[in-house]
Write a new protein. Structure first.
Length: 552
């Protein structure tokens, strides 16, 4: 329902963005002395007749000095008092565009709908093509809507040239919100093609938009912070400036200026300095910087909004009376108890590093839900002491052990659990090896004939801090049960060994965990284990009987 509403809002927004100026001018034509309610821009190259008056239009930024306007160039600046020249420009614009709504609206509507269909197909096809990263469809739609609002807002309510627009903000946000670079490419293509419908019909503009967006996809940092964003955004601006230079410089004048038979051609150099591309290149550099600044401003708001939305969704699954959890308790009681303990540990670690504790708790509840399909295949449910795997080939055993991840995905999807919980179920083992059965296979088969990849979980690796924490808490809880002498030094050694082993195996390479986070995780887990294994005073009936002295 939410996704359908977002799709409808996205299509309507982009459709209206193409015709909002024409609709306004039809209803309320500009009058002399009126303040321009928005910036009126040429939507294509425009050649005007010589002005009827000798006055030159004034405004925050000057329009063309002659009678030629490029696509995206300001005809009537925002908040300027309308004079005869402005009214003439608005009249010519309206004359060219008055029939555009009826002539172009079917095409614009078709392109909008088709691009939404393409986005859905793209996101649907990604996991089937082997792409492992979890993607939030509603989040991408929100980002596309925000992208259209930002660009249209800049065009209407500023007099900035189109070269200064924050064209890279969409891919920067997509990657910063952990949706992946491949996702950013598809999302940006949709956004730029639809934005091109209202930003000006120009091959040069469209080429610039495309190059800048794809440059941002390549350079965008995974963790968007002020320090990490400065260099990429500067490089984005430089690439845009170079592109404009190559598109618009007068190369004949350049050759003439650098030709040195006797002396520099000062007139040619002066013409190069006065060329509009010089200022446009400066605006392009500013556009790269403004993209980063805007992304840094919006990112905390988007994360906060996403957190609020996820909390509302997750609250419905926090009750232990959920049918799935009741089934887990009845059919796999050992796994149920393990899941409750993991929830306690994961939530403690999450509080220490500022992760989402509610998501961690619910993810821990359901992370092993796939074990209900064959509970006797897991040691915590083998209460009679009989181990099924003693009689099985290690290759059969590994199918049972790793199979609970895929079974859990199917069960969670059928139960309509939130996507963020399903991601944790899928990622909580990453691509780790199951060492016990790997070593067992090596003993049974000739040396070198056993492939380690056959004894790995299917993945993907953790894509979020929450998935990494759940992976650690799951392993710590299981391993702590095997300690003969539970004590703080033993807990500390165990937790550090588990964390270091997963770092060495590259399991945390696709999420953001720094050394300070890891230290806080270790300390919080050791504290939690010490609290759960606390010692108690023996009751009198537990005391050994006193030894009686023998009579001499």
């Amino acid at each position: 329902m939410i996704r359908a509403a977002l799709i409808l809002a996205f299509v309507l927004l982009n459709f209206l963005s193409c015709f909002v100026e024409e609709i306004y001018l039809t209803v309320r034509p500009l009058q002399l002395g009126q303040t321009a309610p928005f910036a009126l821009r040429a939507d294509r190259r425009l050649t005007l007749p010589a002005p009827k008056t000798d006055g030159t239009p004034t405004g925050t930024l000057p329009v063309s000095q002659g009678t030629d306007f490029h696509a995206g160039e300001v005809l009537v600046p925002f908040l300027k008092k309308i004079d005869d020249r402005d009214q003439q420009l608005a009249g010519i614009f309206e004359g060219q565009r008055s029939e555009a709504i009826f002539r172009e609206s079917p095409l614009v509507l078709f392109v909008n709908i088709w691009m939404v269909v393409f986005l859905g197909f793209f996101l649907f096809a990604l996991p089937r093509g082997g792409y492992k990263r979890a993607v939030s469809h509603p989040l991408l739609l929100v980002l596309l809507i925000l992208h259209s609002l930002i660009l249209k807002g800049f065009l209407l309510f500023t007099n900035l040239p189109v070269e200064a627009l924050p064209l890279a903000v969409l891919p920067l946000l997509v990657i910063a919100l952990n949706q992946g670079r491949v996702t950013a490419v598809g999302t940006f293509l949709v956004g730029v093609l639809l934005a091109a419908l209202f930003m000006g019909k120009s091959y040069e503009l469209f080429t610039s938009f495309l190059v800048i967006g794809l440059t941002a996809v390549m350079l965008a940092p995974k963790t968007l912070r002020l320090r990490s964003a400065i260099l990429p955004c500067l490089l984005i601006g430089v690439v845009h400036a170079v592109l404009l230079t190559l598109q618009r410089v007068d190369w004949a004048a350049m050759v003439l200026a650098t030709h040195l038979p006797e002396e520099w051609n000062l007139a040619a150099l002066r013409s190069l300095a006065d060329n509009p591309w010089t200022a446009q290149s400066g605006w392009a550099l500013l556009g790269g910087i403004s993209s980063g600044a805007l992304a840094l401003l919006l990112l905390p708001l988007l994360k906060a909004g996403r957190a609020v939305g996820s909390t509302v969704t997750l609250r419905r699954f926090s009750d232990l009376d959920q049918p799935l959890l009741k089934r887990l308790f009845a059919e796999a009681p050992g796994t149920y108890q393990h899941s409750m303990n993991v929830a306690y540990l994961a939530q403690a670690a999450g509080d220490a590093v500022g992760a989402n504790p509610l998501l961690l708790r619910i993810g821990a509840y359901f992370h092993d839900i796939g074990k209900i399909r064959r509970p006797e295949g897991y040691v915590e449910n083998q209460l009679n002491g009989v181990n099924l795997h003693d009689t099985l080939d290690p290759y059969e055993s590994i199918e049972i052990i790793t199979g609970h991840v895929q079974q859990g995905l199917l069960i969670c999807r059928d139960a309509r659990l939130p996507r963020m919980v399903i991601d944790l179920v899928q990622q909580h083992h990453g691509t780790q090896t199951v060492d016990f059965f790997l070593e067992k296979a090596k003993k049974l088969k000739p040396e070198g004939s056993v492939s380690e990849n056959e004894f790995r979980y299917p993945g993907p690796k953790p894509q979020s801090v929450e998935a990494a924490l759940l992976m650690i808490a799951d392993a710590v809880e299981a391993a702590s049960r095997s300690l003969k002498s539970p004590s703080r030094p033993a807990f500390d050694k165990l937790v550090r060994f588990i964390v270091v082993k997963r770092i060495a195996d590259g399991q945390f390479g696709e999420c953001v965990l720094d050394t300070r986070d890891i230290d806080a995780i270790v300390r919080s887990l050791v504290d939690a284990l010490e609290a759960s294994f606390h010692a108690r005073i023996r009751y009198p009936w537990q005391q050994p009987p006193p030894q009686t002295q023998k009579n001499r």
